[in-house]
Design a binder for this molecule. Structure first.
Ligand code: LLP
Length: 446
């Protein structure tokens, strides 16, 4: 792309950005992985949410997780409106494990989404972020008595039954809160194994999540006889980073066989586009597939809930790093940055591939090994990613890091977890500050 021009790389929503126009340049292709609305300025640098990357890095330091707030809001609306257009009695609940920080809860609650929480911690953060208790869906394969009590006390709309002990505990808790009735769903394991990383499949026989169909029927029968637990319906979630619609459609058919209910929660799982080659269904294709089957097999009056996590937040996030050192070792060039598996475990845990750019000179270059600073050879951010003559001090941007990187960030090697910075219309605001060395000692008692 010639310098001196500002290129708006991403067309406005809801155009299909997963299929870039034929003939687009390598720079446009790369920039097209960044949040919608990202531009490459006249100086060749990325501008995210109207904010120049170098200014962001100077102000907030690196590593930093940058979130384009407009992109996040647009995605939330695209999901909520898309589902409501197809199935009016519906709700999108953000699976908050994908990005559990108060700032994100606040934005997505503000957009009217419900929130899926999977622990007392996420429940606490959701409430602090302004979530409407009625829109909470409370998950967990091992919810403790304390967590169930927190959910009931908060007035959570739905608690998802994952085992028979959940029923016993809830019965006990509700017996103490006279007059209170609690809406519940039964999580069904439909024996569907989608094509994704084994660690993130959940719907297959042998999964630790949910109840196989026969047991689900037993739980349903028991809940129908309960005075205090109101069986609202069933739940299914078959896995994450799923790149075709077929497993979702099969899951809807599977839960329909359990009978007629007021609520069907169809889970999350739609994949994100991390690399040029990924071709996930668009939100619209996904909803068409889901609702297409729902129209055929679910009661017309039922409420449909979905729980997107990754596909809600992944594309809105960008990780910024500084190059610390460049090492030429035989045929390989190692470009080591000031972050790594402390702030992005997706590569080490799931082998996820990420692209990357020199944020101030987007595009071009020869393949290098982009590595982190942690004491492990598996600490790689991207193996074989082209970067144009990277040098110490260069700013590196890794796109599509909005999902699960914040949640899985850690203090390996005493790493201080990075800040989260929201950018919108040229203004930036930190919603999480960087950890300090003092923070690292906060819980130490000696
Ligand atoms: N609903 C339930 C009940 C879930 O367990 C999950 C994700 C979701 C919804 C959202 O799925 P999504 O739309 O994000 O695919 N730690 C892994 C991801 C684990 C996902 C677990 N459950 C990672 O970093 O890739």
């Amino acid at each position: 792309m010639p310098r001196g021009t500002t290129t708006t790389v991403s067309p406005a929503e809801p155009l299909d950005r997963t299929r870039p126009p034929a003939g687009s340049s390598a720079t446009e292709r790369l920039a097209g992985l960044f949040p919608p609305g990202t531009t490459v300025g006249p100086d060749g640098a990325l501008v995210i949410g109207g904010c120049h990357v170098e200014e962001l890095a100077e102000r907030y330091g690196t590593p930093a997780l940058v979130v384009d707030e407009n992109a996040l809001r647009a995605r939330a609306r695209r999901y909520a409106d898309g589902l409501a257009d197809r199935w009016p009695n519906s709700r999108v609940a953000f699976a908050s494990k994908a990005f559990p920080c108060t700032g994100v809860y606040r934005v997505l609650s503000d957009e009217g989404l419900g929130i899926d929480v999977a622990s007392g911690g996420e429940l606490t953060l959701a409430l602090a972020g302004g979530a409407d208790p009625e829109g909470l869906v409370v998950h967990g394969n091992a919810k403790t008595e304390e967590e169930l009590r927190m959910a009931v006390d908060a007035g959570a709309g739905l608690i998802v039954i994952d085992n028979f002990d959940d029923i016993d505990r809830l019965e006990r808790i509700l017996a103490e809160t006279r007059g209170r009735e609690q809406g519940v769903l039964v999580r069904v394991t439909p024996d569907i194994r989608p094509d994704t990383h084994e660690a993130i499949t959940t719907g297959q026989r042998g999964s630790k999540f949910g109840l196989l169909v026969d047991q689900a029927r037993e739980a349903i029968a028991r809940l129908r006889g309960s005075d205090r637990l109101r069986l609202d319906g069933v739940h299914v979630h078959v896995g994450s980073q799923i790149l075709d619609t077929e497993p979702f459609a099969r899951a809807v058919e599977a839960v329909a066989e359990l009978g007629e209910f007021a609520v069907y929660d169809l889970g999350g799982g739609l994949g994100a586009r991390y690399t040029y080659d990924d071709r996930p269904p668009t939100v619209e294709e996904y909803l068409d597939a889901l609702v297409g089957v729902a129209r055929r097999v679910l009661p017309a009056k039922a409420r449909v809930v979905i729980e997107p996590g990754r596909s809600m937040v992944a594309e809105a996030g960008v990780s910024l790093y500084r190059v610390v050192t460049v090492k030429h070792s035989g045929a390989e060039t190692f470009v080591a940055v000031d972050g790594g598996m402390g702030d992005n475990l997706e590569v080490s845990l799931y082998g996820q591939r990420f692209e990357a750019a020199v944020a101030t000179r987007v595009g071009g270059g020869r393949p290098v090994r982009l590595v982190g600073r942690h004491c492990e050879s598996g600490d790689v951010l991207s193996a074989g990613v082209p970067l144009p003559d990277p040098r110490p001090g260069d700013l590196i941007a890794v796109p599509v890091t909005g999902a699960y990187t914040y949640s899985l960030s850690n203090n390996y090697n005493g790493a201080r977890r990075p800040p989260v910075v929201m950018c919108r219309d040229g203004e930036s605001r930190p919603v999480v500050r960087r950890e300090t060395y003092e923070d690292l000692m906060r819980r130490d008692l000696v």
